[in-house]
Design a protein around this ligand. Structure first.
Ligand SMILES: Cc1cc2nc3c(=O)[nH]c(=O)nc-3n(C[C@H](O)[C@H](O)[C@H](O)COP(=O)(O)O)c2cc1C
Length: 381
């Protein structure tokens, strides 16, 4: 082969290898992160109780801020659950309503996991005024006490299914099918008191879809709300794994090569800019369009509503129904006050959930949660 052609071919091979390497590198970077499960503590707490606390932490919670803290009293089999006041979303959730819902969801997982391990469980929740708390400084601490007793055992088949549902449950940001749910799937959603379902195309659905986009737009244009969200967004795998909280690409529904591009092209300053806000608005428009329906959960007390939310979500998971809370309407006081009359609801709306099925695999929880040692302390010592 003439020397010149050999050089050209050699150059082409090098280019192909370089491009291939870059594509492979990007694909590897775009992979979902793997988060270790860390349940070690510096004091004695039975392994099944530590495991149950890990499952509890897989509960849904606003912005994945994980605003719970637990004081354990191993001597008397007691776990006191309170709010971590440094992790509250004071702009979008000034009364701490969503924080208490998150705590309720944590409690529900904890109770069901302890029971799966064979414990007898008793729960005491601090009674809250029906209207919620005036400000976060008045939030009760601890809000919930969980007592466990008896001898733990390996979970039986029902217990294993419960724990498996907790690891599958996740917030689905992808568009869902607008096709009606099956009768069995609807039964899973309607099995709980306090849930009203609005099918795609119904007046109630249209009211919720339009209102959600409008409330999202208002929030996206509010500098304080933008900044609060930006504080919880993570912009690299390294940051997500160091912080173990908040919303990395995966939790915004951004995966694969798009995740790589998102991380490469987005700076901290971009997160509070107009372009990012507008992308969020158009993502929300697509999300409300892609849903089989909305489920609205009512209830007077946010902790109980949080427990109900998690029971409902675990039932939906088992029925193959995907769920995404959409809270912006409820975060706007005037819109939230108008909701019961507009939708003929028989109580205070606590959660609005977009529900439906996704094509392909159901997906699973990313498991981006803090090690137990960061939120569990020893009350005996
Ligand atoms: C009270 C509450 C409000 C929430 N509001 C929203 C919301 O408006 N939009 C959304 O996409 N997810 C919302 N979520 C879901 C959380 O962002 C999600 O639970 C958290 O990031 C952890 O992710 P995971 O559910 O996949 O475990 C909410 C969750 C709770 C408990």
């Amino acid at each position: 082969m003439p020397r010149k052609r050999r050089i050209v071919l050699g150059g082409l091979t090098a280019l192909v290898l370089a491009v291939g390497g870059a594509v492979l590198g990007a694909a590897i970077k775009g992979r979902p992160i793997t988060v270790p499960k860390e349940t070690d503590l510096a004091f004695d707490l039975p392994a099944p109780v530590r495991d149950s606390l890990y499952y509890a932490s897989l509960a849904p919670n606003s912005h994945n801020a994980q605003m719970w803290r637990v004081t354990a009293y191993p001597s008397r089999g007691e776990l006191a659950i309170g709010l971590d006041l440094d992790r509250l979303l004071t702009v979008t959730d000034p009364a701490g309503r969503e924080a208490l819902i998150s705590l309720g969801a944590f409690t529900e997982n904890l109770v069901q996991a302890l029971e799966a391990y064979g414990y007898q469980v008793e729960v005491t929740a601090t009674q809250l005024p029906a209207a919620g708390q005036p400000n976060s400084a008045d939030l009760p601490s601890p809000a919930v006490t969980v007592r466990y007793a008896g001898q733990p055992a390996e979970p039986d088949s029902a217990g294993r299914q419960t724990l498996a549902a907790m690891t599958l449950r996740h917030t689905e940001k992808r568009p869902m099918s607008a096709q009606p749910l099956t009768a069995t799937q609807l039964q899973a959603l309607n099995a709980m008191a306090g849930v009203t379902y609005f099918e795609h195309g119904s007046d109630g659905f249209t009211y919720l879809a339009t209102g959600t986009v409008a409330a999202y737009r208002d929030q996206a244009n509010d500098p304080a709300a933008r900044q609060e969200l930006a504080n919880w967004l993570r912009l690299s795998d390294g940051e997500a794994l160091a912080q173990r909280d908040g919303l990395p690409a995966e939790q915004l529904g951004i995966t694969g090569i798009t995740k790589t591009l998102y991380y490469l092209t987005t700076s901290q300053a971009d997160l509070t800019g107009d372009t990012f806000a507008n992308q969020g608005i158009s993502r929300t428009e697509k999300q409300v369009d892609g849903a089989a329906g909305f489920a609205v959960l009512v209830g007077d007390d946010p902790i109980t509503a949080g427990r109900d939310l998690e029971r409902l979500w675990l039932a939906a998971t088992r029925a193959g129904v995907s769920v995404q809370p959409m809270s912006q309407l409820l975060e706007d006081p005037a819109a939230a006050a108008a909701l019961p009359a507009a939708l003929n609801l028989s109580g205070t709306p606590q959660m609005i959930l977009r529900v439906g099925t996704v094509s392909g695999s159901y997906g699973e929880n990313l498991g981006l949660r803090r090690p137990l040692a960061e939120f569990v302390t020893n009350g005996d010592g």
